[in-house]
Design a protein around this ligand. Structure first.
Ligand code: GLC
Length: 801
């Protein structure tokens, strides 16, 4: 933790990297420091230990949850990124003058003398200086326990003794964030002030109300607490007592009057506010430690657990120790595998922030300011788990097993589900099931460990309610066989309600339209999986898969080549998407995924691969990255799907969709075009884009789900930051294809595809139990092609170690 002296002046000389008018990275890239609160959009951090977590923005707003960031929110929040004024706040009141403000910029928006939001992996430090009081608020979560800690250190930088009262405040949610019928929901909440423990306990009872009565009740109710040390002098859990009648968040009654009234929240709207009085001599620093914790309602011993946690966080020593322990968790991920290239933005993103985003944001929290789902997407978190491969591949394996349980016996899967609720979406998406085999194959490449295929996982119960089990091998082949059964007469896979692109939701609802992308995707899976079948005593299956793969490739090249690129799909009525014939009024002339996957999954012939990428370069590689397709649709089209109803160039309607744009980089690497590959990477790199923040708008340290494309008036503006897919794939493409150190069955392949100007790079790669230190030298200034590999001083044949 930063000491008061270190942060005293706010002018500490610090090396600033990639500085913009809103902030900078520290020298080692491990922290991003926001220097003023009015960033163009909330810039957040997601802090989560895999169970409990919170999001917080640079204004101090945000919310907390236990386990499911949507169905079991601990504190209430409203998704309003313009106002950003729902949160867990602390007011500071000067008891002599009656003046008050907030420790963070929201809710009071004081004109601070100094303000800073410092984000690291697993923690946030928000510092303000106002009226001679420095407030340093350090927030993190316990590494193993469902509790967050806010250590508020106050320093009196004025000449006079100061008498202050502090008022923490947040509103209890304790269940589903989307509780549409609030007056009904609140009747299930109760609160209890316990002065002995220095805490307000809150609890939402499981409603036992049939779902048709209220949508808000599909939730996982939780029990929670809010405590402070030293013990508070007063408490409020009635919202009206805190605010006053028709009061507001800027000037709540309690803070105006300087006192809480020890009210209960059971019969009213439940909040939690704790009052602590602090007297500070000039130069003196004192801290108040606040905690917010939660537990599932079904845990009968929740109260005992809470009491232990409250007692644990009663010393600054513990706070320091636990913060270090939580940081150490992240250090492990950060140090396990890393790169050192001439491009520092690339290094910072790859080594630190992309891993952190994928793990904290998407695998654990499944939460951000834009998408806060709490659910697990069948294809999403499998892809996100790719990030674990060079770090802790056992966690990818865990993810494979988790997802396998969401498969029905017929091979289809829940498109997404909420763990422990029995709730999952049954759809007619046609690709999601295949990601199980895809990720399993990559896991095997990483580890050379085929025992994962023998792990047993249950299938979802069928109509009879009977639960069958099968090996992961069985799960994978059921998925493949299902897709093979959904085939068009021309020999292409059907698109159904969408493939990777959810927004192509109506292209093939009558199960006639075809997906060319799915063909590229599946071709490689069939080819890779076939030898496994052979090895496992199924030569017939092996033969069949290889045969189907070749037929698929032939069908793609016979029916899906449009002259200069591959079409993306056909609709139920046979009309194509992503073809020259879509010109003019229609939109969607050329699609990215139909080209990139053809290149690196090998469905394209070498000439077509070249031509397809040339077409991408001409039409899709734009100023801020590779467009998903162009032009954007301007009219909603019932034969395409919901993406045609978005504003043009937003998200999947022809914007830069980061997740897919990374595949353009991979394809360019496959074409050995190192200069362009890195150029396309850099055009969307958040650190680079963050140097022009008033155009880009969003965080410079997290990938956005999308950037507005050229048919938007905000061309170049980022959105949906911390989104699924984007972090893990940007990481993977950087490590495996640009730096080019990647696993193959035989070992670790060294195959960089880099800008010619890079003369030297080094890689630390954890691989199959060992850590490799790899130095890559490029004296001749080429982009690719390894001349010689030396291992421990000895030259080896080829480029696989
Ligand atoms: C979102 C979804 C993901 C999908 C992508 C494209 O990222 O979570 O599953 O592949 O959009 O539609």
């Amino acid at each position: 933790m930063r000491t008061a002296a270190e942060t005293m002046s706010g002018k500490k000389t610090e090396v600033k990297k990639f500085e913009s008018k809103y902030g900078y990275f520290t020298k080692d890239g491990r922290e991003y420091v926001i220097t003023r609160p009015d960033t163009p959009r909330p810039w957040i951090n997601v802090v989560c230990n895999g169970d409990f977590g919170f999001v917080v923005s640079q204004t101090g707003s945000g919310f907390s949850w236990l386990d499911n960031s949507n169905l079991s929110r601990v504190t209430r929040w409203e998704q309003d990124l313009i106002k950003d004024e729902w949160g867990k706040y602390i007011y500071i009141r000067d008891n002599k003058t009656g003046e008050f403000w907030s420790a963070t910029w929201k809710p009071c928006c004081p004109k601070f003398d100094f303000y800073e939001a410092r984000y690291g992996q697993g923690y946030v430090i928000l510092t303000s200086v106002f009226k001679g009081i420095r407030a340093v608020l350090t927030m993190f979560v316990d590494r193993d326990e469902p509790v967050e800690i806010w250590n508020l250190a106050l320093t009196n930088e004025s000449e006079k003794e100061r008498s202050l009262s502090l008022f923490s405040y947040f509103e209890f949610c304790l269940g589903n964030a989307g509780d549409t019928h609030r007056e009904f929901q609140k009747t299930f909440i109760e609160t209890e002030i316990n002065c002995e423990d220095g805490v307000i306990y809150g609890k939402k009872r499981s409603a036992l109300v049939p779902g048709f009565i209220s949508t808000g009740l599909s939730e996982i109710p939780v029990e929670a607490f809010h405590a402070a040390w030293p013990k508070p002098v007063a408490y409020d859990s009635d919202k009206e007592a805190f605010f006053g009648r028709y009061g507001n968040i800027l000037t709540p009654r309690a803070v105006r009057e300087g006192k809480l009234l020890n009210t209960d929240g059971r019969w009213v709207d439940s909040v939690a506010s704790l009052q602590n009085d602090v007297t500070l001599k000039p130069g003196e620093t004192k801290a108040v430690i606040y905690t917010v914790g939660a537990s599932r309602i079904k845990e009968t011993s929740a109260r005992d657990r809470f009491k232990k946690l409250i007692a644990k966080y009663r010393s600054e020593e513990t706070v320091k120790k636990e913060l270090e322990r939580f940081k150490a968790l992240w250090n492990d991920f950060i140090e396990k595998s890393s790169i050192e290239t001439p491009d520092e933005a690339f290094n910072f993103m790859t080594n630190i922030w992309l891993k952190y985003q994928a793990i904290a944001g998407r695998l654990w929290a499944r939460c951000a300011y834009y998408q806060s789902s709490g659910g697990i997407g069948f294809r999403d978190q499998l892809q996100d788990s790719l990030v674990f491969l060079p770090l802790k591949p056992e966690l990818t394996r865990k993810q494979i097993l988790l997802h396998a349980e969401q498969q029905f016996e017929d091979g289809t899967v829940h498109h997404w589900w909420h763990p422990d609720t029995g709730k999952g979406a049954v759809t007619h998406m046609t690709d999601d099931l295949l990601w199980l085999a895809f990720i399993t194959l990559h896991y095997i490449d990483e580890t050379n460990d085929e025992t994962v295929l023998d792990e047993i996982a249950p299938f979802l119960p069928g109509h009879t309610g009977e639960v069958k089990r099968g090996s992961i091998y069985d799960h994978c082949i059921r998925a493949m066989d299902k897709v093979l059964s959904r085939w068009s007469v021309r020999g292409l896979p059907l698109i159904g309600e969408g493939d990777w692109n959810d927004g192509l939701s109506h292209v093939g609802v009558r199960m006639k339209g075809e997906s060319v992308w799915l063909g590229h995707f599946f071709y490689w899976i069939l080819k890779q999986f076939a030898p496994i079948c052979g090895k496992r005593g199924e030569p017939e299956r092996m033969k069949n898969y290889l045969d189907r793969a070749e037929k698929l490739k032939a069908a793609i090249n016979e029916h899906a080549w449009d002259g200069e690129w591959y079409i993306r799909a056909t609709r139920d009525d046979g009309r194509p998407l992503g073809s020259k014939v879509c010109k003019g009024k229609e939109g969607g002339v050329i699609f990215l995924n139909a080209q990139t996957w053809a290149v690196f999954h090998g469905t394209a012939t070498p000439e077509r691969a070249k031509q397809a990428m040339a077409s991408c370069e001409k039409h899709l590689f734009r100023e801020y990255g590779a467009l998903l397709f162009t032009p954007a649709y301007t009219k909603s089209d019932p034969t395409i799907g919901y993406l045609s109803r978005y504003a043009p160039s937003i998200r999947e309607n022809g914007g830069v969709y980061t997740h897919a744009a990374t595949w353009a980089v991979q394809a360019l690497c496959a074409m050995r075009n190192g200069d362009l590959a890195f150029e396309v990477y850099s055009r969307m790199c958040p650190i680079v884009r963050g140097l022009n923040p008033d155009l880009y708008f969003v965080e410079p340290y997290a990938t956005p789900g999308n950037v507005d494309g050229p048919d938007s008036p905000n061309f170049g503006r980022g959105g949906w930051t911390w989104y699924t897919g984007s972090g893990a794939w940007t990481f993977r493409v950087g490590m495996n294809y640009i730096v080019g150190v990647r696993p193959v069955r035989e070992g670790l392949m060294i195959d960089p595809v880099i800008p010619k100007s890079w003369k030297k790079l080094s890689v630390k790669r954890f691989f199959r139990g060992a850590t490799y230190k790899i130095e890559i030298e490029n004296p001749k200034g080429v982009s690719s092609g390894v001349k010689q590999v030396t291992v421990d001083g000895k030259a080896i044949e080829g480029n696989i170690i």
